[in-house]
Each structure stands twice: as structure tokens, then as C-alpha cells.
Design a protein around this ligand. Sequence first.
Ligand code: SER
Ligand code: ZN
Length: 494
Amino acid sequence: MNYEFHLKARIRLSGEIEDEVLRELEDPVKERINKGVPEGRGVSKIEMRADGTGIELEILSDRYLRAHDALLRIRKILSQELGKRRVGLRGIEIRDYTITMDESLNVRLKVPFIKEMRSANGKTTLKLDVGETEIEKRIPDRILNLIEEKKRAKEYGSKSEHWELVFESKKKDFKYNGDPTEEMIKRHWIKHGSCRGQWIYGPQITKLFRTFEKIVIKELLEPLGYHEMIFPKLVSWDVWKRSGHAKAIYPEIYYVCTPKTRDPEFWEDVMDYYKVTHEIPVELIKEKIEGPIGGMTYAQCPPFWVFLQGRTLPDDVMPIKIFDRSGTSHRYESGGIHGIERVDEFHRIEIVWIGTPEQVIEEAEKLREGYRRIFEEYLDLQWREARVTPWFMAQEGLTETHENKSVGTIDFEGYLPYKQNWLEFQNVSVNGDKYPKGFSVKLQSKKDLWSGCSGIGLERWAAVFLAQKGFNLDDWPEKLVKEIRELPEVFRFL
Ligand code: SER
Ligand code: ZN
């Protein structure tokens, strides 16, 4: 897309200057303004007029030197030149900033810095409402990036995420053809919780979850030298800004708010209302809480990175290998009630490893081999593996693959006979330098630092396993039965 930038501004000065002085400044400005810009490009027109204690300025330019960048250059040149004359710069007012694109656009932009956006006759004009601070913060550039991004999303909107089969297990005998969620409800193994997409897991299925964990720890994490940590489960905006989630996950967040004060008097009317009506005065509560401070865990690994944020680590501690299984993840999922395979509240072991690119890639391979062994020997599953859009890109709303081919996500998908379809039940990802960069973590040697992560969804493992093997322990693989021994029968109902 081609752009034309037209900017009018007034530079305030500490004292008056004469028009002649300004004429003398024109040459150095014109000489220096297009520095480094290809011949005949950049600023094509620049007009300066003295106006008491200010300079009226008009700039016309193309994409080789955007007018707002030209303005920052002029500010620098003028402050040097006027400094010699003992006149200082006192700030810039942007009077009008119009960007014209040579394309009709069919995108909507709702940001406070856009006054007007119009498309007609194959052109789009954009009037920006920005000041000096916004220009220093590169907001005009970000607005143009956003427009390009929205345009691309429209063009490729129907294009689905990347998916490429890379491995398929042997075909397996299925012992069952039902929907395990329904069977578990019948058997009182699970009951829907009082919240959306939430289950209460009874002793039997919990034992199966814990057995999965035991196997993963014994077969994979201990031999590979992983250490357990406890990651926070309430995630701040700052973490999601650094992880990239702040770009896109708003429709899926379980938001968390704090009270405006913990003074009981401030809350007395809420308490009284409840005591009298036995209803929760939700509207009144809304007035008494702050805006959200963030939300409940979504991707599990991001809040860990605060542990390393801003630190430099000696090379010889790498690779670092850790995992967390200390709590739930929450996503406001689409659609109505699903089985345990799609829920708003779920349980996952999250594995994180950090090191040089070679170490991180090698570790991902070891984990993949380990998982395959578990799926063969303990669960006897039919599964396949696919290279997909890296999880962090998918969660940022992007569909492409990563430019570096060794960065990316492998999804493990298990077959669900009752649905005749595949279910993603785990991933292994090489995340490149995304997290060390986002959280400013460095190696002492300044060599590249990478990381990877892998999420083991316990509900998903159970959904795939039970869908293939059913509920008769005689049909379950011997190695698993040996680990689980028996399923506890605790409740009976009348
Ligand atoms: N953090 C990764 C994800 O959210 C792996 O669990 O998919
Ligand atoms: Zn992760």
C-alpha cells in the first residue's frame, strides 16, 4: 500500500524569532531532513513560518520518511540551531495530521487516536488525533500496522490455521464406542459444577488423573531431570502484555476484580440487601469493585516468567527444566455444555524448559519420544501428531507459521470413536526467544536464549483414553492397571 503523509503543526518557542532567522534555518533543515532516504523520496514539501513565539510548520511526505518521523527530526535540528540563538523549544501542537492511502479499505478501527476514516474513489483518508507524546510513542506507526493487519485478516479470514500431519500411531482396537462424559455422569464419577464449563471430579476419575500425573513424573519428568514449581494462577495485565496475550484473548478471559475498599461499612448496603432479599445485588457490587486487574490462568506458563524477569543467568545453569501442576486454567469457551473435553475450567501439567536453541529443540524431541512411549505402553492409544500454528501465535490471533522453522507447536490428537473425530489432547512447543525476550531474560554470554513448553491436559487425556478403552478395567492396558490398582468407590446415592 502506498501512503501520503500530510502534517501541520506548531512548534512553541521560549522567545520570539524573526522570519529571516527561520529563512536561515531552512537550508540546514532541508539538507538534513531526508538523510538516509532514497533520492527523490521522503519529505517532498516543508514549509515553516515564524509566528511570534512559534513556528507554523507543514510537511508533506511519503512512506520512506513518514511526516511524524520527519517532525521528530526537525525538532532535533531546530533545537540545535535555535539553541545557538538562545531560543528553546517548548513543545509541539499537532494541528492536523492526514494520512492518505491509495486503496479503499473495508476495515473498522476504533481507537481514540483516529478522528475520521473515509474510503472513496480508491483512496482512504485517515485523520489522526495525536499530539507530541503519541508521536514519540510511535502511535501513528502502530495504527498503520494495525490497518495492514486487519486488511490481511480480512483477506485471509477464511484461511484456517496451519495444520500438517507429522506422525501417526498404529491403528488400535477400540473397546468402547460411547461418550465417556455421559457414562461418567451415569456412574456418578463426575457432576457438573455450579459454574459454566466446570466439573466436580469424583474419586475414580481423580485417581485416573493422578495416575496420569504419576506416570508422567515417573517416566518422563524425573528421568529428564525436571523440578516442580508453583506458578501463580491469577495473571496480571503486565504478564499478558509481555506474553502477547494482551493482543487478543479478551473474549476468553475470566476477569478478576478487587474491591474498591475492604472497609465493611462501604459494603454494608450490599450485605443488607442480601440479608433482606436473599438476592445478590450484582449491579451494586459492580459499583464497588475496581476494573479487572487481569484474569485467571489461561496459558499456565506466562506468569512463571516473572520469576526470571529482568535477570541475567550464567550459561552453565542451562538447560533449566521445570513444571507446574498447582491449579486450574480458565477459558471462557464458546458454545454450550460440552463433555469434559471442552471446559471453562481445566487441569493441566505445564512443562517448561529453557536453554540455548539447540538444547531447547533437543529437549522437545526427548519429550515427544517420552510421550509416545507412554501412549503406547501405558495407554495403548491411537493418536497422531501435527505441526500447527505455534500456540502463542494462535492465542495472539495469528494464523501463519513462525518464520523460524524450528519454532512451533506439535499437537497430539487422540481419536474419539464415538465422535469419529480427533481431539487435541496435548502439545509440545518450541517457543523460540519469545519469552526470554518478552520478560527480558538474558544469558551471561549474550548467546541466544530460547524456551519451550508442553501442556498435558488431564481432562483431555482422560477423554481420549476412556473414549477408546471404555470403563471395564479388564480392557485397560496392564501397565496402567498396575499403577492405578483399583478405583475407589466412595459414594452411594439413594
Ligand atoms: N502454554 C501452552 C498453551 O497454552 C501449553 O500449555 O497451549
Ligand atoms: Zn506454555
